[in-house]
Structure formats: structure tokens, C-alpha cells
Design a protein around this ligand. Structure first.
Ligand SMILES: NC(=O)C1=CN([C@@H]2O[C@H](COP(=O)(O)OP(=O)(O)OC[C@H]3O[C@@H](n4cnc5c(N)ncnc54)[C@H](OP(=O)(O)O)[C@@H]3O)[C@@H](O)[C@H]2O)C=CC1
Ligand SMILES: O=C(O)C1=N[C@H](C(=O)O)C[C@H](O)C1
Length: 254
């Protein structure tokens, strides 16, 4: 049984996870953290992790970049492992999370779905063949109108995965408006679309001479992320300091 503190419990993802954990005999949400306590969750809700005095094994974080620094400080103070799913984090926050993993177990992933984490590896294989053959690489992501950050954490993770496979030679271009120059062969273009209730779509386009290959992942419900986060929490329970990602969870469950 993993005892979870749900950071951002009253948001969209926090509520989906609350529903999923209710049906899971191996997991329990013992407390939630959110700015307002306006739901009938069946567990106590605190305004910050610092104020929370409930014993737990792991924190799952789907909240806001604005809340990340205080969350990490409190995890360090309480020696609590944390699954970081919040996106839109600054370089400083990413460095702080890395540093924290020297003292507590941290699992960070911009996308908790099995599909995207499988795709991250396939993209590396494709890029190694196609980029040297002159294919240009573009990523287009689409999300719901409520999403605050752009581009998505997943789009950046996909670009990073490709770039790592290519020796980190590529730069990222987020906006071409106002430009009057040809595309740089060593760039990865990243474009964001926002509207309606699109759960999450990511397309990676390899565009060559007279042929195009496209990889596409579509999330049809937030449950794919929620299930991944609960698996990650089970994986992290009892782990000592270290930095993990979803590939570690997938490998452990294979
Ligand atoms: N890694 C992954 O697979 C996924 C990551 N995400 C990411 O997770 C995050 C949350 O997404 P989502 O649930 O859709 O967003 P929501 O805005 O619906 O939920 C976030 C919740 O966190 C609350 N919150 C804001 N500030 C704080 C704070 N200081 N302390 C505690 N709680 C706070 C919000 O309160 P209020 O509404 O009052 O501001 C809200 O209830 C986003 O960054 C999103 O990109 C989302 C889906 C999948
Ligand atoms: O905010 C969302 O909804 C999502 N955010 C994550 C991201 O930024 O990549 C993952 C998923 O696509 C849904």
C-alpha cells in the first residue's frame, strides 16, 4: 500500500487521480494540498505541504510552476519522495529538482503515459537515420484552452530526446513570425495550438525531400497520465535519493 499526498488535489489531474486511487487497493491518498478546499475528496486538504502533518510515502505533484519551489523545500524537509508531473518549470527550478534528488527520491516526467515514453525512444532511432539524411524535424502539440504553459513539457522532452541522440547540436525555434530567412538545418521547430478540451496531441514530423514521416501520440483521456503517476508513486515508495523518470517505472513493471 502506497500512501500518497496529492499536490494540486483539486485541479483537473488531482481529481482524476483521486477517482482512480479510490478503486486501487494498493494505494491511498492520505492528504491533499491545494489553495482552496472546495471538493468532497474524503481526505484532509492543506494549503501547503509544509503545513501537512499526515504521514505519507510519496507526493504526487500536478499543480503549478509557481508552487514548485515551496513543494521541493518541504519534500526535502520531510524527506518525502516526490513524483514531479507539473510542467512549465524554469531552468532554475529544474536545477533545484536535480539537486534535491541528491537527498530524496525524485521522479520527474513531463508526460506520464506509456505511449509518449515509448515514443521518446523511437524518436531517437528515427532521428539518427533521418537527420543525417537531411530530414527537417518539427514538433506540433495541441492542448486544451486551460493549459498555461507553451510549448508543452512533452514537446520539449521530445525535442530534448532527439537532440540528445544527435549530440545536442540542435537549437529550438518556437516562433517564426517576423523571420525573413530560410530554416536552419540544425533547428527543431516547436509549435503550440490551444483550444477546447483537447487532452493532448503531439506530432513529430520528419520532412525530407519528396517524403515525410510523422509520429503522432494522442491522449484521449487524462486517465493515461493519472495511471502513470500512480504507478510512479508505487515505484518510488521506499526509494533512497536518486533521479528517476518514467522509463525506470516501465522497465520495473516489464
Ligand atoms: N506530466 C504529465 O503527464 C502531465 C502534466 N500535467 C501538468 O500538471 C499541471 C497541472 O495540470 P492540471 O491538473 O490540468 O491543472 P489545474 O490548473 O486544473 O490544477 C492545478 C491545481 O493546483 C492548484 N494550485 C495552484 N497553485 C498552488 C499552490 N501554490 N499550492 C497548491 N496547489 C496549487 C490549482 O489551484 P487554482 O485552480 O486555485 O490555481 C489547481 O487546483 C500542469 O503543469 C500540467 O501541464 C498535466 C497533465 C499530464
Ligand atoms: O497540461 C496538460 O494537460 C498536459 N501537460 C503535459 C505537457 O505539458 O506535456 C502532458 C500532457 O500532454 C497534458
Amino acid at each position: 500500500m502506497v500512501r500518497i499526498i496529492m499536490h494540486g488535489c483539486n485541479g483537473h489531474m488531482g481529481q482524476v487521480i483521486t477517482g482512480i486511487v479510490k478503486e486501487d487497493k494498493d494505494a491511498e491518498i492520505v492528504a491533499g494540498i491545494d489553495l482552496v478546499d472546495n471538493r468532497d475528496n474524503g481526505y484532509p486538504v492543506f494549503k501547503s505541504l509544509k503545513d501537512c502533518d499526515v504521514e505519507a510515502d510519496v507526493v504526487i505533484d500536478f499543480a503549478s510552476a509557481k508552487a514548485e519551489d515551496a513543494l521541493i523545500d518541504a519534500c526535502l524537509e520531510k524527506k518525502l519522495p516526490v513524483v514531479v508531473c507539473t510542467t512549465g518549470l524554469s531552468e532554475e527550478q529544474l536545477a533545484k529538482i536535480r539537486e534535491a534528488s541528491r537527498e530524496v527520491a525524485v521522479l520527474k516526467s513531463a508526460n506520464m503515459s506509456l505511449g509518449v515514453n515509448t515514443l521518446l525512444k523511437l524518436l531517437q532511432d528515427a532521428a539518427k537515420v533521418l537527420a543525417p539524411a537531411g530530414f527537417d524535424m518539427e514538433i506540433v502539440e495541441k492542448h486544451h484552452k486551460h493549459k498555461l504553459d507553451a510549448p508543452s513539457g512533452t514537446a520539449i522532452a521530445m525535442a530534448d530526446s532527439i537532440n540528445e541522440a544527435m549530440g545536442n547540436e540542435y537549437t529550438y525555434t518556437y516562433d517564426r513570425s517576423g523571420r525573413r530567412q530560410e530554416r536552419d538545418p540544425k533547428e527543431i521547430g516547436i509549435s503550440a495550438v490551444r483550444g477546447g478540451n483537447i487532452v493532448g496531441e503531439h506530432e513529430v514530423i520528419f520532412a525530407g525531400l519528396d517524403e515525410v514521416i510523422e509520429f503522432k501520440h494522442t491522449a484521449y483521456s487524462k486517465a493515461v497520465f493519472a495511471k502513470g503517476a500512480v504507478s510512479a508513486a508505487k515505484f518510488l515508495k521506499g526509494k533512497g535519493p536518486g533521479y528517476y523518470d518514467m522509463s525506470d517505472v516501465i522497465e520495473a513493471n516489464a
